[in-house]
Design a protein around this ligand. Structure first.
Ligand code: UDP
Length: 327
């Protein structure tokens, strides 16, 4: 199948593009490089520079490449920033996705995978979180993804769309060629590794008085390659006129303190920490119940032990100390 991967120059998108190619698909990456890296686009993928909200460009891409499915990553993805720039988040995530869906429909493309998020759940009533938990986001980011999921559901019944929304928990880790290179970086694991490298003085732990075993927040870290594998399974399984949302996580949580300790162990370096105030919008604990994706897509995490995640991220950083080279 020829698959359009929007945001295929980004962290999860580039690993997924590589994995789709390895599975025998053809890949067209569409990315405006506002946060992605040209060097992250895998060899063998066609590359189109531009914005998914650009109707004319997207229609032209569908026309020229004759794609059969879309895997849509291109989005803004920071919870805190979404509260400060709500219009931009609704525009980049919800509005742009709808434009892309409209263009896909016009081109007769009826398979669509959405990069979604555990942030659609807000603070859950219980963990692990099943997909049947109420969708009640507590951030513009989560809301923008929930809105897009809702549109997908309606388009299945009204326009015959086949779709799948993958609700990621915490993506982390690296493959040999692809790793995390956000500028600026806000995610825990790469920040801790920057401390281990000596590029940053210390890691600030956002609260140690949470109702968790060691007082620091618990997240479900899933290896980026496991996430990419979930997309390949999803796009291959989609049937027109039906859709589903799946959690992509391991079912096991790790605390911020455990991540710091794993980084100390993997790097053999000193990692000074400082307890800082809680970060607005952070729930205490987010852990997936991944049984649906296991049962329906036969997906299971294979590389998501915390040690393997941290070691892979550290290996990538050592090989790419300055991240991806400029275009
Ligand atoms: N975190 C932290 N210090 C940092 C960055 C993150 O203590 O400098 C914590 C954050 O409060 C959360 C966890 O690490 O509990 C994971 O945060 P991240 O931003 O990586 O992902 P999120 O869970 O927000 O998607």
């Amino acid at each position: 199948m020829r698959i359009l991967v929007t945001g295929g120059a980004g962290y999860i998108g580039s690993v997924t593009a590589r994995t789709l190619l390895d599975a025998g698909h053809e890949v067209v990456v569409l990315d405006d490089l506002r946060s992605g890296h040209r060097a992250a686009v895998p060899e063998g993928a066609a590359f189109e520079l531009g914005d998914v909200a650009d109707r004319r460009l997207v229609a032209d891409v569908f026309d020229r490449h004759r794609v059969g499915a879309v895997v849509h990553f291109a989005a803004s993805s920071l919870v805190g920033e979404s509260m400060e720039r709500p219009h931009a988040y609704f525009a980049n995530n919800a509005v742009a996705s709808l434009r892309l869906l409209e263009a896909a429909h016009a081109a007769g493309v009826d398979r669509f995978v959405l990069s979604s998020t555990a942030a659609v759940y807000g603070t859950p009533d219980r963990v692990p979180i099943p997909e049947s938990a109420e969708v009640r986001p507590e951030s513009v980011y989560g809301a923008s993804k929930a809105m897009t999921e809702q549109a997908l559901d309606w388009l299945a019944t009204t326009a015959g769309l086949g779709w799948c929304a993958l609700r990621y928990f915490n993506a982390a880790g690296a493959t040999e060629r692809h790793g995390e290179d956000h500028r600026p970086e806000t995610h825990l694991l790469p920040l801790v590794l920057e401390v281990a490298e000596g590029r940053r003085e210390k890691i600030r732990i956002f609260g140690d008085d949470w109702p968790t075993p060691d007082g620091t927040p618990v997240r479900d870290y899933v290896h980026v390659q496991d996430l990419a594998d979930a997309h390949v399974r999803a796009v291959e399984a989609i049937r027109p006129g039906t859709g589903a949302a799946y959690n992509v996580g391991t079912g096991r949580g790790a605390s911020v303190q455990e991540v710091v300790d794993a980084c100390r162990a993997a790097t053999g370096r000193n990692v000074p920490t400082e307890v800082a105030p809680r970060r607005a919008g952070d729930p205490a604990e987010l852990v997936a119940d991944p049984s649906r994706i296991g049962a329906e897509l036969d997906w299971t995490p294979r590389r998501s032990e915390l040690r393997e995640i941290v070691e892979s991220a550290w290996a990538w950083r050592r090989a790419h100390p300055d991240g991806y080279p400029p275009a």
